[in-house]
Design a protein around this ligand. Structure first.
Ligand SMILES: [Zn+2]
Length: 75
């Protein structure tokens, strides 16, 4: 019953400037059933994002021992 998240963001739309260079993850916020992109802070090794509706904070660490997953579900 749970929808299968599609990793359709391997080809991000071309954006001018540095925004196109920033890595991001796709997060599906199960709390509100919404999908949002989370961009990584240049100085940090983790992604910190907020649910666009209820502002719940999620964090995802990225590293050698971390996941290579690019689509996450957050509750
Ligand atoms: Zn939410």
């Amino acid at each position: 019953m749970s929808p299968e998240p599609l990793d359709i963001y391997d080809q991000p739309p071309a954006e001018p400037g540095e925004a196109a260079q920033r890595p991001y993850l796709g997060i599906f916020f199960e709390c509100c059933g919404v999908y949002a992109r989370v961009y990584r802070d240049e100085r940090d090794a983790e992604y910190v994002g907020r649910c666009p509706r209820c502002m719940a904070v999620i964090r995802a660490r990225v590293g050698r021992n971390g996941t290579t997953q690019r689509i996450f579900r957050a509750k």
